[in-house]
Design a protein around this ligand. Structure first.
Ligand code: ARG
Length: 387
């Protein structure tokens, strides 16, 4: 029997996929990646075995996710189309990598995932897996199976006694990990329709957020956040802490129409309190410590990095080269940023750094001024001379 390692979420699609692959003659090994989605993994594991998986691997990838994926993207200032902090996109290459590792361990030459043929995630899984193992066979059941609609799929599940809670079925398609939550489908498919409050789970409505602002101070070391309000946190705890405080203040809701890799535009809602706070804070610290030319030049690279992540090109030479570039740039991005969180807004109100290039005695119009204004005349003449 051929073995296949299926990335299993416990949802309808991947549950049907276990049965469907089995009927196609495969021994199915389920792989459950814990990227901080806070599921009852024992229950999910049990479900996979009940449906017919021969074996289940549950692997906690949270620490690796934050340290090797989330932080490098943060350091690079990677944001897709100026709004999406890439929570889902960043998790895919990590999951694919471990899926390939499990396939090797289990001597399986095939992997499978539950993505549809219209999204980005299929690309991210498959491109990553094939870069890591070009011989790997990949099956995407949802792209090829016979069910035309979700109803047909549910019929199949019921016929095959697949224990899936369809009563709890929400009209939305949701992906969640420790760095954020992505919501699509249902009424959200109308880009004119305001998202209903019920879709949000990590953030309170700004209308219901506290009437007093919360102030926090985040300390960065070389572009990586290390402390909140003077207290050191392990990377994972730091993200949780910021998600909590940000969520309570209604921070991190994003409503956008984005350009998918496969060419369609889609309306997406994101909730990412920690990402919103961290990107705002780190970028502000850069403004204090980076020289002007580096700051301006790196902007295009940040955008490119965001595209590479979005496009599933994590395991590529350019992405690796850019990590080196951004690591070098972040050498002096050490310091503290003070933010005010208030009813959905996250505003930097203070910043300091031992590497600050801000010189008050040059900027001031007060008594301490040491800037010699006489030099300005000659500078301006030469600056404009070529024109
Ligand atoms: N559009 C986002 C991306 O491509 C999120 C996709 C999330 N998937 C979902 N089932 N909602 O990264």
């Amino acid at each position: 029997m051929k073995k296949v390692v299926l990335a299993y979420s416990g949802g309808l699609d991947t549950s049907c996929a276990i049965k469907w692959l089995e009927e196609k003659g495969y021994e199915v090994i389920a792989f459950i990646a814990d990227v901080g989605q806070r599921e009852d993994f024992q229950a999910v594991k049990k479900r996979a075995l009940e449906i017919g998986a021969s074996k289940v691997h549950v692997v906690d990838l949270q620490k690796e996710f934050v340290e090797q994926y989330v932080f490098p993207a943060l350091r690079a200032g990677a944001v897709y189309e100026h709004k999406y902090f890439l929570a889902t996109a960043l998790s895919r290459p990590l999951i694919a990598k471990h899926q390939v590792m499990i396939a090797h361990k289990e001597k399986a030459d095939t992997i499978a995932h539950g993505c549809t043929g219209k999204g980005n995630d299929q690309v991210r899984f498959e491109v990553t897996a094939r870069i890591l193992d070009p011989q790997m066979e990949i099956i995407a059941p949802v792209r090829i199976w016979e069910f035309k609609t979700r109803e047909e799929e549910i019929d199949y599940a019921q016929k095959k006694k697949i224990p899936v809670d369809v009563t709890k079925k929400s009209p939305y398609s949701v992906d969640i990990n420790l760095y954020g939550r992505s919501i699509e489908c249902g009424v959200l498919e109308d880009p004119w329709a305001e998202p209903p409050e019920e879709i949000y789970k990590l953030t309170v409505s700004p209308l219901k957020a506290p009437n007093d602002p919360s102030y926090i101070e985040i300390e960065f070391f070389k572009g990586i956040p290390v402390k909140i309000d003077g207290k050191s946190y392990a990377p994972l705890d730091l993200i949780h802490q910021l998600n909590n405080i940000g969520g309570q203040n209604g921070i991190g809701r994003v409503d956008m129409v984005e350009n998918r890799l496969v060419g369609i535009k889609s309306r997406e809602i994101y909730e990412n309190p920690a990402a919103t706070i961290l990107h705002a804070a780190r970028q502000e610290l850069e403004c204090l410590v980076l020289d002007r030319e580096t700051m301006h030049y790196k902007e295009a690279s940040s955008q490119k990095y965001g595209e590479l992540v979005y496009y599933g090109l994590w395991e590529t030479p350019l992405k690796r080269q850019m990590d080196v570039y951004f690591e070098e740039i972040q050498k002096e991005v050490t310091g503290t940023v003070r933010l005010k969180l208030y009813k959905g807004s996250c505003v930097v109100v203070g910043r300091k750094s031992p590497h600050s290039r801000y010189k008050e005695e040059l900027a001031t119009y007060g008594e301490k001024d040491v800037f010699d204004q006489k030099f300005a005349e000659g500078f301006i003449r030469l600056w404009g001379m070529p024109f």
